[in-house]
Design a protein around this ligand. Structure first.
Ligand SMILES: [Zn+2]
Length: 433
C-alpha cells in the first residue's frame, strides 16, 4: 500500500507527526516520500514489509546510528524513526538538493564532471566519509553507485541510503554488489575494514577513469555475465586492467576508451596507488591503500592542479608528460610555465597563481584539507612576480636564497624564488624547489 497526500505518521517515542506531501521515488527496499515535519520538508524512507530479513535487528541498528550521529557532513543521515504502523516503519532524513546528481548518471555519461578540481574534491569527500565511518567502527553493508550523489560543479558529495551502515562484524543480511566487493567477500568472507579499503579503491577508480578496474578484455570475452562468471571476475580470479605484469584483462579500445584515455593524464603516484590496490592488494589485504593514505594522495593530487589562461585545469605532473618535457594545456595547447614547488611534509604543492595551501600542509600532522592558510598570488604591477600570501594567523619565517631572514606576517606575501626555506611554526622543513 502507498500513503496518500495528507496521511499522518507518528514519530517513535514522541507525540509529533510527519505529514505526507507526495512520493519521491521507489526502490527494492521501499518508497521514499516527501514529508513535512515541524514546518520543514524532509524525505521519509518507508520500508516494504517483506524487504527486511530481520526488521527488529535492522531497527535497533538504525536507532543506534541516529544516536551516534552522522560521521561526516556528506552523509544524509537518518534523523528519526517512525512508530510501526501498517506492519512496517520508516526513517526521516534531509532532502537531497537537485544540484546533486547520481553517481550512476555520472558513470553513464549522462552527467559530466568537467573540472579536475571538482573530481578531486569529490574524491576527497568520499575518502573523508569512509575515514570518519571507520573511526566510528562502522562500514557500509551495501555499497553501490546508487548511494553517491555529486554536485558536478564543485564535487560536493552526498551519501544516501545510510540505513545499511553497521558496526564491523554485524550482518544485516544485505548482500552488496559484486562489482564493489573485495574478492574475499565475493568468495563468502565477512566484510571488514580491509574489504572496505578495496571497495573505496573501486569507487575512486570509477570516479577518475569512468571505468571499472577489473572489467577489461577478459570480462568482455565472457559474453553474458552469469553468477558463475561474476564470481570468477570479481572473486576467484580478478585481474586489474592496468596490471603491469599481466595483460590478460587489458582495456579494449572501443569498449574501455575512458580508461585508456584518462589513465596517462594522472601523475604516477596516483597510478601506483591503484596498481598496488588491484595487484598485490587483491590477494593480501594488508597491502591495500588505507583511507588515510588515500586522503594524503588526493591532497597531493589537488596540489598538482594548475589553471591555464584559457580556464582549463591541468595537472602539473602527469605520467604522460613525465618531469622533463614541456607542459602544454590539454585544452588550448598553450605552453604553460612549469611551476616551482613548495615541498612541505609529505606534499609538493605546484606554486601556480590561484593555487592554495591548507592547514594539512602548514600544520604538523593535520589532515584538514579545507582551511586555507596561503594562496599563490601574482603581483599586479609585475605579473611575472609570484608570491604566497599568508592567510594564516601565524607569522612565517623565511630564509631567502642569499641567507637573509624574512618574517612573513599574516596577510603579507612571500615572493616565490627557488631555494627559499620556510618555517610555518611547528612545520619547519618547507622548501621552494
Ligand atoms: Zn589552455
Amino acid at each position: 500500500m502507498e500513503f496518500k497526500k495528507g496521511h499522518k505518521i507518528k514519530v517513535k517515542g514522541s507525540d509529533e507527526f510527519l505529514t505526507v506531501i507526495g512520493k519521491l521515488g521507489e526502490g527494492g527496499q521501499g518508497i521514499v516520500y516527501r514529508v513535512k515535519y515541524n514546518g520543514c520538508e524532509y524525505a521519509l524512507k518507508w520500508f516494504f514489509q517483506q524487504s527486511l530479513k530481520n526488521p527488529q535487528a535492522f531497527l535497533k541498528n538504525l536507532c543506534q546510528n541516529i544516536a551516534d550521529g552522522a560521521p561526516a557532513r556528506s552523509f544524509l543521515w537518518p534523523i528519526l524513526v517512525t512508530e510501526q504502523t501498517e506492519g512496517s516503519f520508516g526513517y526521516l532524513m534531509a532532502l537531497r538538493p537537485p544540484e546533486y546528481k547520481s553517481f550512476t548518471d555520472i558513470l553513464n555519461a549522462k552527467v559530466r564532471i568537467v573540472k579536475h578540481s571538482a573530481r578531486v574534491n569529490a574524491a576527497l569527500m568520499i575518502v573523508e566519509s569512509f575515514l570518519s565511518l571507520h573511526r566510528q567502527g562502522k562500514s557500509y553493508q551495501d555499497l553501490n553507485d546508487g548511494n553517491f550523489f555529486i554536485n558536478p560543479e564543485n564535487g560536493d558529495v552526498l551519501i544516501c541510503d545510510n540505513d545499511n551502515v553497521a558496526p564491523y562484524g554485524v550482518n544485516l543480511g544485505i548482500a552488496g554488489k559484486c562489482r564493489y566487493m573485495a574478492p574475499e567477500v565475493v568468495m563468502g568472507e565477512k566484510p571488514g575494514m580491509q574489504s572496505d579499503y578495496f571497495s573505496l579503491a573501486v569507487i575512486l577508480f570509477l570516479l577518475l577513469f569512468l571505468s571499472h578496474p577489473l572489467e577489461g578484455e577478459k570480462v568482455v570475452k565472457s559474453v553474458c555475465l552469469t553468477d558463475e562468471h561474476e564470481k570468477k571476475h570479481y572473486g576467484s580470479n580478478p585481474v586489474f586492467i592496468f596490471d603491469p605484469k599481466d595483460n590478460s584483462n587489458k582495456p579494449v579500445r572501443g569498449v574501455h576508451n575512458n580508461a585508456i584515455d584518462l589513465w596517462p593524464l594522472y601523475p604516477q603516484f596516483i597510478q601506483e596507488a591503484f596498481i598496488r590496490s588491484f595487484t598485490d592488494g587483491i590477494k593480501s589485504n594488508e597491502k591495500r591503500v588505507s583511507d588515510s593514505e588515500w586522503l594524503r594522495l588526493f591532497i597531493r593530487l589537488r596540489d598538482e592542479i594548475i589553471t591555464c589562461g584559457c580556464g582549463c585545469e591541468n595537472f602539473a605532473s602527469s605520467a604522460k608528460a613525465g618531469d622533463s618535457d614541456e607542459l602544454h594545456c590539454l585544452s588550448c595547447g598553450a605552453k604553460m610555465v612549469r611551476p616551482l614547488r613548495l615541498n612541505v611534509q609529505r606534499y609538493s604543492v605546484a606554486l601556480y597563481p590561484g593555487n592554495r595551501i591548507y592547514a594539512c600542509h602548514t600544520v604538523e600532522s593535520s589532515m584538514d584539507f579545507r582551511t586555507e592558510t596561503g594562496r599563490v598570488v601574482r603581483s599586479k604591477n609585475h605579473p611575472n612576480l609570484w608570491g604566497i600570501r599568508n592567510l594564516s594567523e601565524t607569522s612565517w619565517q623565511a630564509e631567502m636564497p642569499d641567507g637573509s631572514k624574512k618574517v612573513v606576517a599574516p596577510n603579507a606575501v612571500l615572493p616565490i624564488f627557488k631555494n627559499i626555506k620556510v618555517s610555518f611554526g611547528n612545520v619547519s622543513d618547507a622548501k621552494i624547489v
